[in-house]
Design a protein around this ligand. Structure first.
Ligand code: COA
Length: 155
């Protein structure tokens, strides 16, 4: 599934400033930059991944160790976004793959996410299942909590 045929695409770890700049441009360009910053984004344990095409950053995803009491050894994936002109080419899949590999390496038992309803099908396709009822995010859009078990023997 999903691996782009175009050899110009690559996934790299990037710094938080680059990740936040593209996340802002793709997820809430009309709002303030702070609207897309999540707790934990600047933590040293968090990891930001970028998808490049010919040296241009066209996709992002972030992995944040869970800070929710009782969440156990889960890791949160957030801010997954791909430039419009590059969607549907397997880039989101590659970004999630990088997050899944890094989260598995960290020893976490599961990967969790707060997913907009519009992206729910993508996460389900990538092995995530819904946890609980839908809810409204602070911006009023419907979201789901989703989770995917990690297999430490798969790495
Ligand atoms: C969600 C998003 C990251 C997907 O990125 P993408 O590069 O277009 O996804 P891919 O091309 O890697 O898709 C991987 C697979 O998921 C499927 N898929 C993608 N979006 C889907 C959707 N909304 N519903 C169902 N399946 C979907 C693709 O068909 C593909 O399946 P295939 O391998 O069988 O062909 C992208 O659409 C996006 O940036 N959306 C806006 C931001 C957003 O909502 N992010 C979500 C969380 S913060």
């Amino acid at each position: 599934m999903g691996a782009p045929d175009d050899p110009g695409y690559s996934i790299e770890q990037i710094d938080v400033a680059r990740a936040l700049t593209l996340r802002h441009a793709l997820l809430n360009p009309a709002g303030p930059g702070t609207s897309v910053v999540h707790a934990g984004d600047h933590d040293s344990a968090s990891m930001h991944f970028g998808a490049y095409r010919n040296d241009v950053l066209i996709g992002v995803a972030t992995l944040i160790p869970a800070q929710v009491p009782g969440a156990g050894s889960s890791v949160e994936v957030t801010g997954v976004a791909v430039e419009h002109g590059h969607r549907g080419r397997g880039i989101g899949h590659l970004l999630l793959d990088a997050c899944i590999a890094a989260a598995t390496d960290s020893g976490a038992a599961s990967l969790t996410a707060a997913v907009p309803a519009l992206a729910h099908g993508f996460f389900r396709h990538e092995g995530f299942g819904r946890v609980g009822d839908p809810y409204e995010a602070v911006d009023g859009t419907p979201h789901y909590r989703m989770a995917r078990p990690l297999d430490p023997d798969s790495e």
